[in-house]
Design a protein around this ligand. Structure first.
Ligand SMILES: Nc1nc2c(ncn2[C@@H]2O[C@H](COP(=O)(O)OP(=O)(O)OP(=O)(O)O)[C@@H](O)[C@H]2O)c(=O)[nH]1
Ligand SMILES: [Mg+2]
Length: 205
């Protein structure tokens, strides 16, 4: 019974006016697009956001196909690693052992790739794609307890890079040919207005 975790606790500073999580992207709030792409492959969705975002996010997700649980960081603005920790703690409160963690700004997520990551994570602590030289740590499956514990330790040590807790885990990397069978757009994320408009054009094609 896997879970999805959507990180939405950021301030969208590059985006500018408004919260990109709930911005209307070609007729659908961006976070709803992410949630809809996850619906076929998760049983429950955890949304990590600040308390002041919750009402707008709940609106954006109203009528969603899966149960939605909100998870709010004890302190806001501690960065995405804190969001992963908080989201995965909420996953622990469900009967899911694993969570797929995604940023709220990835409207082209490939559900087949997410399903594949769940499969590859089985028996390990994480399955992380590496389409380039970088690990896609906000597009990865984690064993909830293992990663949440590792994030807590990293945060306590003042570390902010998400690869640091990952490197404490027993993880598999999905790359090369194995990754090539899936849609590379899955990793596309929207930070600026320009990227937002590009995504709109693509969705309207
Ligand atoms: N919980 C939590 N999540 C965060 C934080 N900062 C970023 N995120 C989330 O992490 C993901 C990737 O972050 P960014 O793409 O940088 O988003 P952002 O920080 O809102 O945007 P910028 O202000 O332009 O950097 C997004 O889904 C954000 O919502 C934070 O301080 N706390
Ligand atoms: Mg940021």
């Amino acid at each position: 019974m896997p879970a999805g975790v959507v990180l939405a606790g950021g301030r969208s500073t590059r985006f500018g006016e408004g919260d990109k999580a709930v911005a209307d992207l070609a007729g659908v709030p961006m976070i709803r697009r992410v949630a809809d792409r996850l619906a076929p492959v998760v049983d429950v969705l955890v949304v990590n956001c600040r308390a002041d975002q919750r009402e707008a996010v709940a609106d954006a997700l109203s009528g969603y196909d899966r149960p939605v649980r909100f998870a709010t960081d004890p302190d806001p603005d501690e960065g995405p690693m804190a969001g992963i920790r908080t989201g995965l703690r909420e996953v622990e409160a469900t009967d899911a052992a694993y969570g797929f963690v995604a940023a709220c700004d990835m409207p082209f997520l490939d559900p087949d790739l997410v399903a594949h990551l769940f499969e590859r994570a089985r028996g390990t602590d994480a399955a992380v794609p590496r389409p380039t030289e970088w690990f896609e740590t906000t597009h990865a499956v984690y064993r909830a307890t293992a990663m949440a514990d590792a994030c807590d330790a990293a945060l306590a040590a003042g570390e902010r890079r998400i690869v640091e807790p990952l490197f404490e885990l027993d993880y598999v990397v999905v790359e090369g040919e194995e990754l090539a069978q899936f849609d590379a757009a899955s990793f596309a994320n929207v930070n600026t207005r320009e990227e937002f408009e590009d995504a709109e054009r693509r969705l309207r094609e």
